[in-house]
Design a protein around this ligand. Structure first.
Ligand code: C5P
Length: 218
């Protein structure tokens, strides 16, 4: 059995992007690398937690010493997350695609000189929101908010709307270099208000967050 402040605690982390297929060879994706979610899972593991790590197709490799569930789509991520409950805490670091392709097809779409293919979108399930309203809601639910403007205001509203305890908000404007980069500048938003953290390596953001989670579960 593990030692450390999170020994005996089970924590779920989602990470990475999701891919939403258009056909067998094409998909809709986003620029999430999975770096912050992976660092967080490793930090929680290092504090002794049993970590369930549900990851989309990330560019960084998953950490060792976690229960690893690889998924591709948001639909698959929701199923893996619900199957992992109950947990003591859940952190939703994944950049889940908001939409999936409703008319995805089993064969590769052929180029047609006369017509462009039409991609019809439908809304994906909101995994964070679903877990916040779940009969097996974890004691502590932490969401992320990637914003490009009015970061604190948008993230504060998001915390309310989703029903989670904390939101870790960051500015992902291209000029910040945060998406795919080594550092992150986050704001921790809770019922008490917001804390502005300095720019730190994603591993250090992860260590501080893991320590806060341990404190909240103690
Ligand atoms: O609404 P928005 O996508 O900005 O919310 C971000 C937060 O919600 C993140 O924690 C993300 O992992 C989670 N989320 C989710 N399922 C979705 C969309 C977002 O779990 N379909």
């Amino acid at each position: 059995l593990g030692t450390g402040p999170l020994a005996g605690k089970r924590v779920l982390v989602t990470s990475g992007p999701t891919h939403e297929p258009i056909d067998p060879v094409r998909y809709i994706a986003n620029r999430s690398s999975g770096a912050q979610g992976t660092a967080l899972a490793a930090a929680l593991r290092d504090l002794g937690a049993e970590v369930v790590f549900v990851t989309g197709p990330a560019t960084v490799p998953p950490p060792d010493g976690v229960h690893l569930h690889r998924v591709e789509t948001a639909g698959e991520m929701l199923l893996a997350v619900e199957a992992a409950l109950p947990v003591d805490a859940a952190v939703f670091a994944a950049a889940v695609a908001d939409w999936r392709v409703e008319n995805d097809v089993a064969q590769k779409i052929k180029k047609n000189a006369h017509a462009l293919p039409e991609i019809k979108l439908s809304e994906n399930p909101d995994i964070l929101k679903t877990v916040c309203a779940h009969a097996k809601r974890p004691r502590l639910v932490v969401g992320f908010a990637a914003e490009t403007e009015n970061v604190i205001a948008h993230a504060t509203a998001k915390r309310q709307r989703k029903g989670c305890d904390w939101i870790v908000a960051n500015d992902v404007s291209p000029a910040t270099g945060i998406m795919g980069g080594a550092n992150n500048t986050v704001h921790l938003i809770s019922e008490a208000g917001h804390e502005d953290w300095p720019s730190l390596p994603k591993q250090e953001v992860a260590r501080r967050l893991a320590a806060r989670i341990a404190e909240a579960l103690a």
